[in-house]
Structure formats: C-alpha cells, structure tokens
Design a protein. Sequence first.
Length: 471
Amino acid sequence: MTISPSYQPPHRLPTRCPASNISTLIVGAGVGGLMAGLECWRKGHSVRIIERSPVRLTSGDGVTIGHSAIRALDHWPDMAEENERIGYDFMYSWHKITGEKLTEKARFQLNAGKTQGPGIEPAEQPPKVYRHSRPKFHLMLCRQLEKLGLEIEYGKRVMEYFEDPELQKAGVVVEDGERIEADVVLAADGIGSKSARVTIAMADPVVRERFHVLPGGIPSAEIWIGAGVNAVFTVSQDEFSWVLIHPDAEDSSESWSQLVDPSKALETMATIPGWPEIADRVIGLTPKDKLYDFKLIWREPQPDWVSSGGLIVQIGDAAHPMLPTSGNGATQAMEDAISLAACLQVAGKENVQWATRVHNKLRFERVTCLQKLGIINHQSRHRSNNPSPSQARIIGLTAAWIWEHDPERYAVEKYSAALAYLREGSAFQNTNIPRGYVYRPWTIDGLLSAKEEGQVLEMDWEEGPVSNSRL
C-alpha cells in the first residue's frame, strides 16, 4: 500500500494506537485481508496490501457477518453507520428440495448468553443478525481503506513466500520478480468458495409471487434441503440471489471467476428428483455474466497456521476453510484479522514471531469447532429428499459462545497465559469454545465414518459435549 502525501484524514477515524514500528504485508484483498489492513492500521502497524486480481472482485452472493466480527465496527464510525444501511435483518423458512414448505417464516434469533469469561460480556442481550451482499460489504471495507489514504495494489500474483528469522524479515516474490518484504506477512489469499450470485429483474410474475420481500420491506429467504443437495433463495429490496450446493461436476474449479451458462445449470437441476419448475424459472432469468460455479472441497483441520520462523501467518480461508453451512467463513476471517492485529500490538516489534504463534493458539480450537459444525449442518441438510420438520434447523450456529465473543479483548487478556504455555508449558485453557469442550484431533473421514456408525456428533453446542460424544 502507499500513502498519498496530500491526504487529509477525516474526523471520523478511530483513535489510532501509538506506532508499533511493525510493518505488515497482507496478501489478498478479500474480506479477511481488508479487515486485517484496517485493524493493523488502528493498532499502529504500517500496512501494505497486495492482490493477485487485476481489479477489485465483485462476485459473491449473500454473507452472514456475526456479531463477534460486527462489534469491531464500533471503532469505525463511518463503517458502523454504513453497516446499518447495507446490512439487513431477514426472515427465513425451510423447504423440501421440491419447494414444499416445512416451516413458516421466522426471524433468525440468537440464543441468550449463558457463559462468562475473557472475551465475553456477561448478561449481553442477543443482537440482530446481519445479512449482507458480499460485494457491498467488501466495497465498504475498501472505501474505509481509502479514507486512511491506503491503496490496494492489484495485479500482484505471489509466486513464493520467504522468511529470514535471523534478520526478522519475511516477504513474497510476485510474478514479475519483485520482492516485497515486511516484519510479518499475513497470507489472506484463501482457497476460494462455492457460491453463485445473481441479480434478477423480477420480470417473471410467477417468480415475483413466490419470492418477494415481506410487508415492511423485510428481506426473505427460503432454505431447501434434500439428499445430497441444498439451495438458498434470498430476496431483499434491491437484490435477488440464490446458491445451490450440488454433487461435483468434473469441469468445476476452485475459482471466484468461473462463469457457467444457465442452460448448463438447468441440466444439473434436471437430475434432482422433484426439482420444481419455479426454481428453473429463477435459473432461466439469471444473466449469463452473473452465474458462477465453484468447486467446494472439504479441507482437514490445519492446526499450524504459522511458518517455522513465525513471520508468516495464514488467516481466513487460507488457514481454516469453512463449508457454507458453517455460516462463519467471513466472520472468522474478520475475527482472525482483529485477533492478530491485537496480538502484534501486545507483543511489540521484537516479538512478532511469538505474536503469530499466540494468535494461532488462541484461534485454532474455536475455528475447528465451527468447521465441525459446518460438516454436521451439511450432513443434516443432505440426508433425504423427504426431510421432516425436525431436520429444518441450524445446529449450533445461534449459540452464545459464538456471537458473544470479543476477539480483540480475548487476545489482549489471554496473550500472556498463551505465551507462557508456548514457551514454558504452563497450563492453558481456551474459553472461546463451548463450555466443557475438550479438543481432540479429528478428520473429515473419521467424522463421517463415526456418523455412519451411529456415534453422537451433535454436541450440546451451548454448553459442551454430550456424554457419549467422542468427536
């Protein structure tokens, strides 16, 4: 990033911490990377962001941003105000994959808090759940960076990462051979995701009758579930988006930019038993330049996000890719950004390598719980083409331990204890997970096999594991 000499900061910027003299290089200008840039700036670190795409990507559908990440906007008055304008509270209903209704419309409600501890505000009341257009939310972050006088450097594809622990420097080599160095490198250039965003002119009266905002302009969503497939249709006052998770196609790839013709999508839908004509109408209205096909690949939990020298650290999807059914991909990327910026500030320039490791220790168990929840929810939605109303639920994602968490406060309060654990082997227990939960390494194959054998995988995600749950 560069700073314009003529730049005059506006009066609504947050109070910036004293300069840490830590230089950060952020690779990737997605939600996690941009939030990392903002929070690193606020914590007094110098910031440079590079992005492989030649221009800002505007693809992506709807995304839910949890309160644990949204609360950070309290430090950013302009973004807090903009968030209220572009985010929306919505109502949703569950349906069979045929479109048949299982439940009536209801608001997405978070559970009241029961837990206390570092990073948790006791007696906090559940806030509303924000649903966003990813392009609009991303643009909000970009505009805030501009207000800081910072520019994203596009068209810089990283070919190699490197670090020199003796010199306490790390960096990257980009495609044209340029070497870029910093005190710490944040790899936020994730693996991609699977989603499809469309903006549809509601010209079809049949579609308009079925999918519409509710009285008062309340956005509405339908969640369809079936054997091996699920879909979500969301409509707000200015957008219509839909997402379908379906069996893999040989020509799909992990890319945010692979377009697919609606006619090809209709061929896929024709293989789904009972797939209704109303859904085909929606697909047929989708503009050819707005329909994306992404390969959704499950990744094993990765405990180590930090390089051997401690100067390169992965965040967001690069560290812990999430299934869409986790409902937490963007939220956890933002939590990473907030946590890491705080750890770097606490550690100081001479201890950057410990800041990244402490951050890793504080975050891994939490995100692996949410990765597991994504798999459990995925399996729950894909059981049958004739689901019962009891299957029409989101497991665990409304739990207080998720939304009450304050990643900045948690990092500051837990830093010393986590550092002592890493350096001296002192006792340490994370408290940003379900109460009573004890992490045990797991694999996706092991998780699915255990489920097939009838083992209990659905924990009491409010309080902790049930007695006979081994995973």
